[in-house]
Every structure is written in structure tokens, then in C-alpha cells.
Unconditional design. Structure first.
Length: 167
């Protein structure tokens, strides 16, 4: 019976929680607070998202927090086999903050470090929906870096969709 539990225990031991989603939102909007909102995704929106992340996207809506042009998104993306949860704040179409909240993979946890995530500051989507600045990878963490790149690009696109719906 004990042997059956060992794989479960070892998988759980790999999960690293750096910050809860609620604490990320609270820190990001400490002075002002923010309004919780939902972005409803039309079929055309989902097609744009799927083209960007190169996989299916089943959500009908995406929750976010908003105050004065700043939006906060908490997104999950698969690294190698497990999801990485990341909080991203977009300020008027550009990345302000990227912070890994939970990391569940056995390798690549270096992506949570500030010296890596600060590379995304001020990044925007170019006309081909790529980041307009180069993000240096981390040796041995390629899949985790790729997952964060997809998350940041997705947050920028979601914020763009949000702004388009206001017009």
C-alpha cells in the first residue's frame, strides 16, 4: 500500500507556491484596489487566442482585475507536463509585472526569479503577435521559458481584446 502512495507524494513535493493569486492582486493594486471582471470570449476571440498559443482554448470567459487602465491576469500554461501559474499586470498595452505564482514541474523553476521575469517589463505584442523584445532563456528551463512567453503573449492579447470591446 505504501508503494502506491510514493508517486503521489513525490509529485506534490515538486509544487512550489510562491504567492497566491489573491496576494498577487492585492500587491499589484495595494494603493487603489481593483474591480474583478470577466472577459467573455466570442468565437473569433478564441480563434485569435488559439492561433497565438498554438493549442485549443476551451474557456468561454477569462477573469481579470482592472483599475485605471491596468489589468491583472492569472494564467496557467503547461511547461513540460504540469501547469505553471503566473500573474501578469498589463498597463495600457505593455507588460508591467510578471510573477510566477505556482511552479509544479521538476525542472525549470528558475523562471520564478525576478532577474528572469523583469525581462518582460514594457514588452508589447508586435503586428505578428510576438513579443517586441528578446527574452533570454535559461539553460535547462526551455519549456518553462516557452510557457511563460506564451502566458505573457496571452495576457497581452486578452488585454487587447478587453480594450477592443470597450470601443
Amino acid at each position: 500500500m505504501l508503494l502506491c502512495l510514493l508517486p503521489i507524494i513525490s509529485v506534490q513535493a515538486q509544487q512550489r507556491i510562491y504567492l497566491s493569486a489573491a496576494d498577487f492582486i492585492q500587491q499589484g493594486f495595494a494603493q487603489t484596489g481593483c474591480e474583478e471582471k470577466s472577459l467573455w470570449l466570442a468565437k473569433v476571440d478564441k480563434l485569435r487566442i488559439e492561433k497565438l498559443i498554438q493549442r485549443s482554448y476551451s474557456k468561454l470567459r477569462q477573469h481579470y482585475c482592472l483599475h485605471a487602465g491596468r489589468s491583472a491576469w492569472v494564467l496557467d500554461e503547461i511547461g513540460k507536463i504540469e501547469p505553471i501559474t503566473t500573474g501578469i499586470i498589463i498597463n495600457n498595452g505593455a507588460v508591467e509585472i510578471v510573477q510566477v505564482l505556482e511552479f509544479r514541474e521538476s525542472r525549470g523553476a528558475e523562471v520564478h526569479r525576478r532577474r528572469f521575469t523583469r525581462q518582460y517589463s514594457d514588452a508589447q505584442l508586435d503586428n505578428k503577435h510576438q513579443l517586441d523584445k528578446r527574452i533570454n532563456g535559461i539553460s535547462g528551463a526551455t519549456l518553462s521559458v516557452n510557457a511563460l512567453n506564451r502566458q505573457v503573449r496571452l495576457a497581452l492579447l486578452l488585454d487587447q481584446l478587453r480594450r477592443e470591446k470597450l470601443q
